[in-house]
Each structure stands twice: as structure tokens, then as C-alpha cells.
Design a protein around this ligand. Structure first.
Ligand code: TYD
Ligand code: MG
Length: 487
């Protein structure tokens, strides 16, 4: 009888099959199956797989006292903010990001700062030679830090080396895709190798108490390459993002067993490495197009920190049968929802227009509170009516066209006041929010139609055309577009 061994592994999700097929039935990806020798891969290494009986252990109660996990500060405030206050002993953290985004730079800086504090820090590079890592450190002005370097790829060698002497406080493995272990036969970089190497390193971290940072590559579609299972195995997953053309880099927690996942760390890539940006609002608003239609400032929150950012919309007549909706930095279904509410409840006809929407500075917004600012930017572009430059917007829009309150109004208002804004356009109920108005003039809106009427009234006729109020032809259709359809 033929032995049924699963030997084809999906390189995307890690599912195993016993024969090759074009499509992975588990994740739906095409051409991701590769043959791997799985003998002993799915299970433990042979040394452990002996026929021993289990050992009895003591069961604990939830109310027991345990030591608070001491955290190791990275020396970079923005990195600590995302990890939740530093690295926890025995924890494993995965840092993902596009090639060249600055993962090695970030970790070189952090490890050097920690080594200067007197901690034993080890940096294992599987991608670059020791000389290259040194060169980077010299360029960053950190060559004097006592980081212990090695260019190694064998997990067994690494674990044996690190088991000697004092336990390192932090070990950086750059990157997990270059590591390989003897316990499985597959080539380095395959799912099986990545998974087995990660497992061995995680076991070492838990046993020794050292914190480990694994660097992971990201595939075209933004997933950390290799099996998603590595993401489930580690304690925290951080993603380092940024637009190639821009200097800003955003560190975001995708998963965190020891801290929040809604905090972001903001950095700027300079000639001398990454610089922390403690006040991101100033950065995101530094290059505003003052007074041009289609831009609105959104007072948002990223975790506990308020972040002001400019939303940009461009609404232009379409030449296509199905108008285009292009979105960068925001959820496209959220945009469709706002467009539908504008159309259904405010009489704003957008079906004949292409809509382009962008969040300035490369930030990605996930909050529903951005709805009101997005709607204001869209209507402003359509009506060619610049919004007041000293106003911020926030509020969630419901499908009925009502503007709903959002959390942390006072923090948003304080940040706006600090940056010199004079007015806030916000939901009605937010006025009662404890914490006051921070000295801003509050314009509350109960429904989206009120806001649309306000903006439309500011609409300036385009040069050379008659005023919108006249019976001018449909060409200057701004007021007509906003006329509520009765009946
Ligand atoms: P790197 O950390 O090697 O990226 P990753 O490890 O994520 O692949 O960063 C490489 C990029 O960063 C490279 O394009 C050069 C740039 N860089 C600077 O702009 N300034 C610097 O001081 C350093 C060290 C790198
Ligand atoms: Mg690198």
C-alpha cells in the first residue's frame, strides 16, 4: 500500500497536500505549492521524539502572584510606544516590512542604544556580512556600541552560541527567511524551514528569557512572507510601512500580546538614519495646499495620541461608463458608503464623476470618525468651494445621513488648538464631552445635509462664469447639484 505522505506545501498558507495541484484549496492562491520533505517537520525534532512518558506538572490558579514582566526599553520612544513600553523577557516579536523600508536601520539603532545602556545585545544577520552591518552602524554614528554581531544562518549554531555565557537581553534575527535548521530537510526560505526555525528560536526565547526580534520579509500583497503560522506563533507582529517616495515611516502593531495594537510610531528616514517624530500632526500638515478646494483636516486618533491629517478629494466628470473610485490611505468601502449617503440624503449626484481620495503623508486611517472630514473634502471638491483653512472635522456618518458622536473629542480638540486651528466641525452631542472645547469655536452638525448646504453656499463660481445664483446654464451646475430632490 502506498504511504500517504504530505509532501506538497503551500508557500502562502502552509497547507500540506499529498499531490501537486495548481490551486491551494486552503487559501485559494494559485501556483504556490512546492515539494518539501516533511519527514519530521510537522512534529518535534528526533531528539525529543523519544518514547518517554509524560512528566506530571503542577496546575496553578488564576489568582496566584507572578512577577510583572520586566520590560526592556529600546531607547526609541516611538518603538516603545508600539511595543507597549518595551520588550518583554522571553517574548518573540516579528517585524515585517518591504525590502529597503528601514527594518535593519531601525533595529541597528535600537540595539545600539540598548547596548549603550549596558545590556547584552546580539545581532545576527543572515542577509548581510558583518562588514556591512558595521558600515551601517558607522554611518549612523553608533559604531562604539557594544552590540555583539554575527553573520550566521544555522539555528542550531546560533542557539548553541547564545546558550553560553550570560543570557542576552535581546537577540535580533535579520531575517527569519534566511535561517535554516537541521531538523527538516527543505531548503532555506521554504515554509517548512521558516516554521521550524521560528519554532526553535521561540522555544529558546521562552526557555532562556531572552527577547527575540525576528525580521520578516513582506510579499507583494503586504503579507509577511512564509506561513501565516509564524504570525500565530510569535507574541507580537509589528509592521513597518511607508511610501517609497516619502521620508515618513510608520510602525504599527498588527498583533500584540503585551500591549495595544492601535498605537503607531512615526519615524522620518534621514541621511543619518531614522529620526523619531514625536508630533506627527506637524509632519502631516507641514505641506498643506491652503485654500484649495477638496481638502479637509481630519482630527483623528491613533491609539492614545491625536493625529491631525489632511484628507484630499478630487471629483471630476467621468469619461467612463462606470466612474472610477480610487482611494489611498482609507477603506474604499467606507468611501462608497459616504458617497451613497451623500447621494441618497443630500441630493449630491456623484454617479457621473470620478472620485479620487487620498490621505496625505502616507498615513492609513481606520477610524469611522474620518467620515465627516471625507464628506467635507468630497463636497468641497465637487462644489469648487475651499473649506476654511482654520477648521478641523471629525464625526461618524450613519447610513441615515445623521452625524454621530465619536470618542475622545476633547483630545482631538486640544491637539487642533495646539496646532493653531480656530474652529471644529463636529457632531452635536460631542459638545457635552467633558474636557471642554480647548478654546475652539465649535460648529456642530446634526445631519450631513446641513454640512453639504453650508459648503455649497461657499461655492465660488469658476473664473469667467456667472455667479451660481443666476439662472446660468447647467454648465455651472454647482447649486443645482445640491438642490434637494423633493417628492
Ligand atoms: P534597510 O534598513 O537596509 O532596509 P531593510 O532592512 O528594511 O531592507 O534600509 C535601507 C534603506 O534606508 C536604503 O534605501 C538606504 C536608506 N537609509 C537612509 O536613507 N539613511 C540611513 O542612514 C540608512 C542607514 C539607510
Ligand atoms: Mg535588512
Amino acid at each position: 500500500m502506498a504511504k500517504a505522505t504530505l509532501s506538497f506545501v503551500c508557500q502562502n498558507c502552509g497547507a500540506a497536500y499529498n499531490r501537486w495541484q495548481g490551486k491551494c484549496e486552503s487559501c485559494g492562491e494559485w501556483n504556490t505549492l512546492a515539494e518539501e520533505d516533511l519527514t519530521g517537520a510537522a512534529s518535534m525534532p528526533a531528539s525529543i521524539r523519544s518514547k518517554r512518558r509524560g512528566r506530571a506538572f503542577k496546575l496553578e490558579s488564576l489568582t496566584g502572584t507572578s512577577e510583572q514582566a520586566p520590560r526592556l526599553s529600546s531607547g526609541l520612544g516611538e518603538l516603545d510606544r508600539v511595543t507597549g513600553g518595551g520588550f518583554v523577557r522571553g517574548s518573540v516579536l516579528l517585524v515585517g516590512g518591504d525590502p529597503g523600508i528601514g527594518k535593519s536601520t531601525l533595529l541597528t539603532q535600537a540595539t545600539s542604544l540598548m547596548a549603550r545602556e549596558g545590556h547584552r545585545i546580539v545581532y545576527i544577520s543572515g542577509e548581510e556580512a558583518v562588514a556591512q552591518v558595521r558600515l551601517r552602524a558607522t554611518r549612523l554614528g553608533l559604531a562604539d556600541a557594544a552590540v555583539q554581531l554575527a553573520a550566521e544562518t544555522s539555528v542550531e549554531d546560533i542557539i548553541t552560541t547564545l546558550s553560553e555565557g550570560a543570557v542576552p537581553r535581546l537577540i535580533v534575527i535579520d531575517s527569519i527567511q534566511t535561517m535554516w535548521t537541521d531538523t527538516v530537510e527543505s531548503a532555506p526560505g521554504t515554509v517548512t524551514q521558516v516554521r521550524a526555525s521560528a519554532q526553535a528560536l521561540i522555544r529558546f526565547a521562552k526557555k532562556s528569557g531572552a527577547a527575540i526580534i525576528l525580521v520578516g520579509h513582506v510579499t507583494k500583497d503586504g503579507q509577511i512572507a512564509g506561513p501565516r503560522v509564524v504570525e500565530h506563533m510569535v507574541d507580537a507582529v509589528l509592521s513597518f510601512e511607508g511610501e517609497g517616495s516619502q521620508q515618513f515611516r510608520i510602525l504599527r502593531a498588527v498583533k500584540n500580546r503585551f500591549g495595544p495594537t492601535d498605537e503607531i510610531g512615526v519615524f522620518e528616514m534621514t541621511g543619518l538614519g531614522l529620526r523619531e517624530v514625536a508630533n506627527p500632526s506637524e509632519l502631516f500638515l507641514s505641506e498643506r495646499d491652503l485654500g484649495s478646494p477638496g481638502t479637509a483636516v481630519f482630527a483623528g486618533m491613533e491609539g492614545t495620541r491625536p493625529v491631525l491629517v489632511e484628507l484630499q478629494a478630487l471629483v471630476v466628470p467621468t469619461t467612463l461608463g462606470t466612474p472610477r473610485r480610487a482611494v489611498v490611505g482609507w477603506d474604499s468601502s467606507r468611501l462608497s458608503m459616504v458617497l451613497a449617503v451623500l447621494e441618497a440624503h443630500c441630493g449630491v449626484k456623484l454617479s457621473g464623476y470620478d472620485v479620487y481620495f487620498n490621505v496625505a503623508g502616507g498615513l492609513r486611517i481606520n477610524e469611522p470618525a474620518a467620515d465627516l472630514a471625507a464628506a467635507a473634502a468630497l463636497v468641497s471638491s465637487l462644489a469648487n468651494a475651499p473649506l476654511p483653512t482654520d477648521a478641523v472635522y471629525f464625526g461618524e456618518i450613519s447610513l441615515s445621513g445623521a452625524v454621530r458622536p465619536v470618542a475622545q473629542s476633547s483630545a482631538r480638540l486640544k491637539e487642533a488648538a495646539k496646532l493653531g486651528f480656530a474652529r471644529a466641525i463636529l457632531p452635536e452631542t460631542a459638545r457635552g464631552d467633558a474636557g471642554g472645547d480647548a478654546g475652539l469655536t465649535l460648529n456642530t452638525v446634526g445631519g450631513l445635509s446641513g454640512l453639504v448646504a453650508d459648503i455649497a453656499a461657499r461655492g465660488s463660481p469658476k473664473p469667467g462664469r456667472d455667479n451660481g445664483k443666476s439662472t446660468a446654464p447647467e454648465k455651472n451646475a454647482a447649486p443645482a447639484r445640491f438642490r434637494r430632490q423633493e417628492g
